[in-house]
Design a protein around this ligand. Structure first.
Ligand SMILES: Cc1cc2nc3c(=O)[nH]c(=O)nc-3n(C[C@H](O)[C@H](O)[C@H](O)COP(=O)(O)O)c2cc1C
Ligand code: SF4
Length: 475
């Protein structure tokens, strides 16, 4: 690969020199401020609530729930780490299925009456931990992400795909073993699923979360519906039909809850599916259908925000003010979604400097923010910036290019990063995520997720050895 590793760029000047030489347009500031004057320490207001700073913890599941969808000690530890991070916005915690057939894996959390007290306790443990470290929690905003995994459902066995799709797709059908229309949701089944989302949202309100995220990203059901141009009936074809799912869920939640706010995590653009080329570098997969990609140019290889922007306007009209942005899918366009130097075991080597992937997401969000000033946008995909994450984050927030900086992988390896940055404490270089992708490779091999290379807790576990063996077997 012809681009340098971030860890090899020894200081900020080397980082910016590399950006310049490579023609990568990323905002950044040389000096990271701390204390009350830091742009990252500034609070935000939404729906009458204060969010205490500009860091947001992105949802991340750990494949570590019980078979009936309750959290385990591992899940609890992750949520406590979210609490001690110092970030004041918790976007969703992790994807929680609204019902069994929508689980992305047999260990995903499921929201139902039987699991309610356990899921409520996750939120409480996060708050308690936050209060222990930061004395207050009244400026903490916590939501829960609701999902149906659609095409990527594996509710019963780790290795057994049980996809539920909304339209045929040559490449994506092939990947999950769909050979006819039997996996396709009928309109009546989607009506029922909408009712399940609304019921789940009522439970979310009951256990005290401030908002619910109606997930529309990463190739899962809500996102796939947005690209359902070939689907017949009331959920497919026109923009109006493709967005009916969200409209009906929002309307239903408004009618059935009292104070629950609604947010959406959205893949704001996507490309055609990629696969390893002859040299293992990602290439567009032959037979891809670029017309079935939401937020892409006609060739399926560039960003076109026309429809995503229209969708944000629709959300605004529905009273939604919080959008957590992301891009692509971890299954078929991981280089867009979570830029990494080292691919997961089922991935491909990055077809571009991963910094290009970071810059692409930042630019797309900045454009949406420019067009929709009243929406609060959270940016994602910052982890690849590694030691320079705070420099870019500060410039993004100061420039109004996004309202909050989402942290995904970085918070697995370096949970207290937001607190360190805001307090101006010494940067803990040893904890910086180097995008080894083990937290993605592990679940792809049927092993719980975690930061095996850098988190001492996971380093010591037996799964560490299983993962090593699984990686060897793949090579
Ligand atoms: C282990 C793991 C689990 C994830 N689980 C979810 C999830 O449940 N819901 C979701 O919307 N995104 C999920 N993501 C995506 C992250 O929220 C985030 O968008 C992505 O990691 C890019 O941000 P980063 O560069 O800070 O890691 C997951 C990512 C990882 C690495
Ligand atoms: S396993 Fe750890 S170092 Fe590797 S990508 Fe995940 S969080 Fe980063």
């Amino acid at each position: 690969m012809s681009y340098p590793r971030i860890a090899g760029l020894k200081n900020y000047d080397a980082f910016t020199a590399h950006l310049q030489e490579s023609g990568i347009d990323l905002p950044s500031e040389a000096v990271v401020q701390s204390g009350a004057d830091s742009p990252l320490a500034e609070s935000l207001q939404v729906h009458g609530q204060t969010i205490g700073n500009r860091f947001c913890i992105l949802p991340m599941e750990g494949w570590d729930g019980t078979s009936d969808g309750k959290p385990t000690d591992l899940t609890r530890r992750r949520w406590r780490n979210f609490g001690l991070s110092g970030a004041k916005w918790m976007w969703g915690g992790e994807a929680v299925a609204v019902r069994h057939d929508g689980r992305a894996n047999p260990n995903q959390l499921v929201l139902n009456e039987a699991n309610l007290a356990d899921i409520a306790s996750l939120r409480q443990e996060l708050i308690d931990t936050h209060e222990e470290h930061f004395d207050r929690s009244d400026d903490l905003m916590i939501g829960l992400q609701l999902t149906h995994s659609g095409r990527y459902a594996r509710p019963n066995e780790k290795k057994k795909a049980e996809p539920r799709t909304v339209q045929r797709n040559v490449v994506l059908d092939r990947r999950v073993g769909v050979t006819d229309d039997s996996a396709m949701f009928s309109d009546e089944e989607l009506d029922r699923l909408i009712a399940d989302f609304i019921d789940a949202a009522c439970l979310v309100e009951k256990i005290g979360f401030t908002f619910v995220d109606v997930k529309h990203c990463h190739g899962y059901l809500g996102h796939e519906l947005l690209s359902g141009v070939d689907r017949q009936g009331k959920y497919g074809g026109s923009f109006e039909n493709r967005t009916r799912f969200l409209r009906d869920i929002v309307q239903g939640i408004r009618g059935a809850t009292r104070n629950l706010q609604i947010g959406v995590r959205l893949s704001v653009f996507d490309f055609v599916p990629h696969c390893p080329g002859p040299d293992q570098v990602g290439v567009p997969e032959p037979d891809s259908e670029p017309n079935k990609v939401f937020g892409a140019t006609p060739d399926g290889l560039g960003v076109d925000l026309t429809e995503p922007s229209r969708f944000v306007r629709l959300m605004h009209d529905l009273g939604i003010r919080m959008v957590c942005t992301t891009a692509g899918s971890p299954y078929y366009t991981p280089h867009l979604q979570r830029p990494a130097y080292f691919p997961p075991s089922d991935g491909y080597h990055p077809p571009e400097d991963p910094l290009v992937g970071v810059a692409r997401q930042i630019a797309a969000v900045a454009e949406l923010k420019r067009q929709h000033r009243e929406i609060l946008f959270i940016g994602s995909g910052y982890t690849y910036l590694q030691d320079y994450l705070p420099h870019v984050a500060q410039a993004v927030v100061r420039g109004g290019l996004a309202d909050s900086i989402g942290l995904g992988r970085m918070v697995l390896s370096y949970p207290d990063l937001p607190a360190d940055v805001i307090a101006g404490r010494v940067w803990q270089r040893k904890k910086v995520c180097r995008t080894f992708s083990d937290c993605t490779t592990a679940p792809r091999q049927g092993i719980i997720s975690g930061c095996y290379p850098l988190d001492p807790f996971y380093k010591k576990r037996e799964e560490h050895d299983w993962l090593k063996a699984a990686k060897k077997a793949v090579v």
